[in-house]
Design a protein around this ligand. Structure first.
Ligand code: UD1
Ligand code: CA
Length: 458
């Protein structure tokens, strides 16, 4: 390995005790993505290979999440005896690199640019250890950076004297080491401290004592805030939301109330999209140009074409709406559905794995499941595909230009041919030929004078 080869070790084995959750801290989501995902994305942008994540507490879950990052190596710290211990147990992996970047797993705001210039600064300064610090008026919980005549060292909050606690420059949990220098001191950490842990920041003091060169550079607080409590997680989530919504607005998205809209980090919005208050856009959703997402709509992995209009209270999950399609208010478009160009799903309509063909309409109070509707069909109010017999699901096919009368029950599997119609209130149990009217209801009879006769009896 050349001396310049850079390895990255992300520490993600800790409990995150202060979070008080079962899920390990690094998997807690900011918006709809685990905290660790943000850091890894930034890291992989500047270092595509040579990245490892150290897992331990609930490590199986973290490992499972890391399957989404196939180039990332998973290392284990079976017992979590501190951040220094974490670096000790992974020595065999990192000793192959010339330089090692060590990152706490809870740094979701760290940008690729900041990481890059930090590593470059370390290299050009020719030091053995660089660490990032920031100045904050809420330093509680962080390790304080002591700058004395013997150089830089760090004292953890719990070990700090009242005087030291007044220091506002804190350790960010982001370090670059020259591997050779790190190997010289890493075995010498001790755990005689308030937490009985092996602290990685103690390496800094040890290096100073060895006459190795340490450099602490101060960076902006915004990118370096850690996440240690639920309150901080909520605060980070809000900041991330603000940043994302602002960046979409800068690209031409219209947002009526930026404080009332939620957009996840993997969603994509085109210019001239309009987001009304209460909208949530999650997952890999895509919203095309000139589309309006009305109040309180929730999109999750929804793909909307151009000029789509969701009036209000529409939920779209794992489904697609093509150009000019319309939905809502109060529609639920579930997994695997497709509204083709100009199609419409209206009030209190649920679609599941259903393709609504071009220009077809399901305007009110209907359930369509496992159905394929052709073009320009119209589904009367209250119609239902009876697709489930309690055990299996069956398909319904509704042809082009079909006119399904109100309150038609289509007992699947069943096919309605092109240009066919059903009488209102029909229960359709057999296929309907092309162009036919299906009447599947009891014939009405009127009993003349019945009401008057009844009244007379009383
Ligand atoms: C750490 C630093 C502190 C710094 C702060 C910045 C230490 C001792 N202190 O404190 O100086 O100001 O980060 O946020 O390092 N982890 C492991 N194995 C362990 C323990 C922790 O992998 O045995 C991981 C955690 O999952 C986490 C990271 O290391 O991602 C930091 O641990 P955390 O408990 O958050 O450290 P802090 O107490 O915040
Ligand atoms: Ca922390």
């Amino acid at each position: 390995m050349p001396d310049s080869a850079l390895g990255v070790l992300v520490l993600a084995a800790g409990k995150g005790t202060r979070m008080k959750t079962v899920l390990p801290k690094v998997l807690l989501p900011i918006l709809d993505k685990p905290m660790l995902g943000y850091l890894l994305k930034a890291v992989l942008e500047i270092v595509p290979s040579g990245v490892a994540v150290l897992v331990g507490h609930q490590g199986e879950h973290v490992r499972d999440y890391l399957r989404a990052f196939p180039s990332v190596k998973v290392l284990w710290q079976k017992e979590q005896l501190g951040t220094g211990h974490a670096v000790q147990v992974s020595r065999e992996w990192w000793s192959r690199f010339g330089q090692l970047l060590v990152l706490n797993g809870d740094l979701p705001f760290l940008s690729p640019d900041a990481l890059k210039s930090f590593v470059e600064e370390h290299r050009s300064a020719g030091v053995d250890c660089s660490l990032l610090s920031f100045v904050t008026d809420r330093p509680d919980g962080y390790g304080r950076v002591l700058r004395g005549p013997e150089g830089v060292s760090i004292v953890e909050h719990k070990d700090a004297s009242p005087q030291q606690r007044l220091i506002q420059e804190v350790n960010a949990g982001c370090y670059v080491f020259t591997t050779e220098a790190l190997l010289r001191v890493i075995g010498r950490l001790e755990n005689h401290n308030a937490q009985g842990e092996y602290y990685l920041p103690d390496v800094v003091g040890l290096m100073n004592a060895e006459g190795l060169k340490v450099h602490a550079s101060i960076a902006g607080e915004d990118e370096l805030l850690g996440v240690n409590t639920q309150a901080e997680l909520a605060e980070m989530t809000r900041r991330m939301r603000d940043a994302l919504v602002q960046s979409w607005m800068a690209k031409g998205v219209r947002v009526l109330d930026p404080s009332a809209v939620w957009v996840g980090p993997d969603a994509k919005l085109a210019p001239d999209v309009c987001l009304m208050p209460g909208v949530q856009v999650w997952g890999e959703s895509v919203v095309g140009k000139d589309s309006t997402v009305g109040p309180y709509c929730i999109l999750r992995n929804a793909v909307l074409g151009q000029g789509v209009n969701l009036t209000a209270y529409v939920i779209v999950e794992d489904s697609q709406l093509r150009d000019g399609a319309k939905a809502g208010p109060f529609a639920y478009i579930r997994e695997g559905s497709l509204l083709d160009e100009g199609a419409f799903a209206g009030k209190f309509v649920e679609l599941k794995k259903t393709h609504v063909g071009r220009g077809s309409k399901v305007p009110h109070l209907s359930y369509m499941g496992d159905a394929v509707l052709g073009e320009d069909a119209n589904i009367g109010a209250g119609s239902v595909t009876c697709n489930y017999d309690g055990k299996n699901k069956f398909p319904t096919k509704i042809g082009d230009r079909c006119f399904v009368g109100s309150d038609t029950m289509m007992v699947a599997p069943v096919t309605l041919g092109d240009d066919s119609a059903t009488a209102a209130g029909s229960t359709i149990t057999a296929d309907v030929p092309e162009g036919a009217l299906a009447v599947g209801r009891a014939r009405q009879r009127n009993i003349e004078g019945w009401v008057r006769a009844k009244k007379r009896q009383r």
